[in-house]
Design a protein around this ligand. Structure first.
Ligand SMILES: [Zn+2]
Length: 151
């Protein structure tokens, strides 16, 4: 099922962990409009990067989120967020640095450059955090820093 020209429901819900553990990661129907908003945000990001965007994690049901160690209040469980990479554009740090000045224009509520245990990706959410300082963050093994910090 297509949510937008370049993104499908399958891309925004598939999970290797869910498959391996037999977890049903089907979102409740009322989350579909939220996932469409995420897909539309991803289209704007794709256009900005002028490169394909790969979703590494989108919607996560609570059981899946717990299984992978996601934050309990994660926007992923509410159908607001996606983790993305765009190798054709550059590294996750380069993607985040490109998007950071454009969050308002692109309708990105929260942008996080995450680099944990040797893996890196960009978290984008349609949902803005309560505190403005948390809108753009870099999270690494050593902690959380406001803004996009390219090591
Ligand atoms: Zn995320």
């Amino acid at each position: 099922m297509k949510l937008s020209p370049h993104f499908t429901l399958d891309e925004l819900t598939r999970s290797g962990t869910a498959k391996a553990r037999g977890i049903d990661n089907t979102p409740p129907p009322e989350f579909l409009p939220r996932l469409i908003l995420v897909a539309e945000m991803l289209e704007r990001i794709r256009t900005t990067l002028d490169s394909p965007v790969i979703v590494t994690s989108g919607y996560r049901c609570n059981i899946l989120n717990l299984t992978i160690g996601g934050a309990t209040s994660s926007d992923h469980t509410q159908g607001h967020a996606a983790d993305i990479v765009s190798p054709a554009f550059g590294t996750p740090a380069q993607v985040a640095a490109k998007l950071a000045p454009l969050v308002s224009v692109l309708g990105i509520g929260q942008l996080i450059l995450e680099g944990i245990k040797g893996k890196a990706w960009v978290h984008v959410s349609t949902h803005a955090p309560e505190k403005a300082i948390n809108r753009i963050l870099t999270i690494t093994d050593s902690g959380i820093t406001p803004g996009i910090v390219v090591a």
